[in-house]
Design a protein. Structure first.
Length: 276
């Protein structure tokens, strides 16, 4: 005799293959890889100029928003304790002569990366979580969510580093948002099956198939809590040990990861077309 749960499991497993990736997700990955390849083909000065124009630079965004900045002291009066601080000062002087920050960098920074390792790792994570979210909300809504999470990450970074001229680039904030969105549905009984493995546990008292977990339910779900805890631990480690910006040796913008994650968690109910 066949167990009904096994039949349902087999049906879902057949209908959701592991590599069932949305065309929107593939397009985003190709865009990131293609842009980085193009940047690597340019001479150093041109590549730097384009990267600065499309990266998110908090202090320049503050200038555009009319918040105002203190004038930059002459370099000889600047006592930098680190090379990073000196580089930040050089950038400040550069942007005083070449103001170029625009509001669209809240999104465009997600398509520019510091190096091949950065862009490849982000592409892998985007394929993994973007595919799951796209199957849930559709390709167009996924693109909207990706942009909203990129903006959320940039604004969170701005809130902490509003006077910083160090460019922030990379899709990590937006992808963290997709992970946050996924955490509201992948760990319930009706969650997706990847590679024959159901991510959500069987449990009574949880919402039926198709419904997102509420924030309260998500924070009471052991699997969701483990996922969020591991995600936070990972970001803490990379924030301390990692590097990412224009060059190796910069700091990973982990605040942007947090902002993107929160944006994804809060925004996915608005974009979700399965209300329960």
């Amino acid at each position: 005799m066949t167990n009904p749960d096994q039949e349902q499991f087999a049906t879902v497993r057949r209908s959701e293959p592991m590599l069932n990736v949305s065309g929107t997700v593939v397009g985003l990955c190709l865009a990131m890889l293609g842009i980085h390849f193009y940047i690597t083909m340019l001479n150093a000065d041109h590549a730097l100029a384009i990267s600065l124009d499309f990266s998110f630079i908090p202090a320049e965004f503050a200038r555009w928003a009319g918040i105002g900045l203190a004038p930059v002291a002459p370099l000889e009066e600047f006592t930098a304790e680190t090379d990073l601080a000196a580089f930040n000062h050089v950038l400040a002087a550069y942007f005083q002569e070449h103001p170029s920050q625009a509001p669209w960098t809240l999104v465009t920074h997600a398509f520019f990366h510091a190096g091949w390792t950065n862009v490849i790792v982000n592409a892998v994570w985007l394929l993994a979580f973007g595919g799951v979210v796209a199957r849930r909300i559709g390709g167009v809504r996924l693109l909207v969510l990706f942009c909203i999470c990129a903006i959320g990450g940039a604004l969170a970074h701005f809130a902490v580093y509003s006077s910083d001229f160090m460019p922030m680039m990379g899709a990590s904030g937006a992808i963290s948002g997709l992970m946050g969105a996924a955490s509201r549905f992948i760990f319930q009984p009706s969650g997706p099956v990847l590679g024959g493995i159901r991510l959500g546990p069987k449990a009574d008292g949880m919402k039926g198939e198709g419904a997102l977990l509420s924030l309260k339910e998500m924070l009471r779900n052991p699997a969701s809590l483990r996922f969020i805890g591991l995600w936070m631990l990972f970001n803490l480690l990379v924030g301390v040990l990692g590097s990412s910006s224009l060059a190796d040796g910069g700091n990973i913008a982990w605040i942007a990861h947090l902002g993107g994650f929160v944006a994804g968690v809060l925004t996915v109910p608005v974009l979700d077309h399965r209300k329960g």
